[in-house]
Design a protein. Structure first.
Length: 70
């Protein structure tokens, strides 16, 4: 996985959408008893939290995209 600091806001939003979709699929598998590795749910939730944190930093102006001046 690329360092989150190196991604643009658009890339972060796309990864967040993918991670949320993945989490939904994992939860369905978990409920159906088809998920052998339940740690994936926790890891995906943490990835979502990290992505949301970085996106929030962009909103607050604490972070800028590479090549752009603050």
């Amino acid at each position: 996985m690329l360092e989150l600091k190196e991604l643009t806001q658009l890339e972060l939003k796309n990864r967040l959408k993918d991670a949320e979709d993945n989490l939904e699929a994992l939860r369905f598998q978990l409920d159906a008893g088809q998920l052998p590795n339940t740690i994936k749910v926790r890891a995906t939730r943490r990835d979502i939290a990290r992505l949301r944190t970085v996106l929030r930093e962009f909103e607050l102006g604490l972070r800028t995209e590479k090549g752009k001046v603050k």
